[in-house]
Design a protein around this ligand. Sequence first.
Ligand SMILES: [Zn+2]
Length: 108
Amino acid sequence: MASEESLRLLIQNKLASGVLPGHDCTKVFGGVSNGETCDGCGEVIAKNHLVMDCIGEHYPKTIQFHVRCFYIWDWLLQSYLASHSIRAASRHRRRHRVSNSPRQVPAA
Ligand SMILES: [Zn+2]
């Protein structure tokens, strides 16, 4: 298995080149691998090992990781977002859908 340092470099490159998404996932699932390939390191996730499935703006594609690769990607992503000054959290527009008309309640 690759060392932590080489994994970090590999995932950092994929993040910079856009192979891996540069935004947070909206949902992350954990499951048992059926022999999927890790999008982080490119190696097969051994059967019966835990696989992390990430769903986000790249939907319907899911990004799959070893647990270790997922944490490295997630950690790198935070510094990537900071360096690209994408302050996703603070820039989120608060879109309150204000309706002027009260909800029509059907007459019983
Ligand atoms: Zn991996």
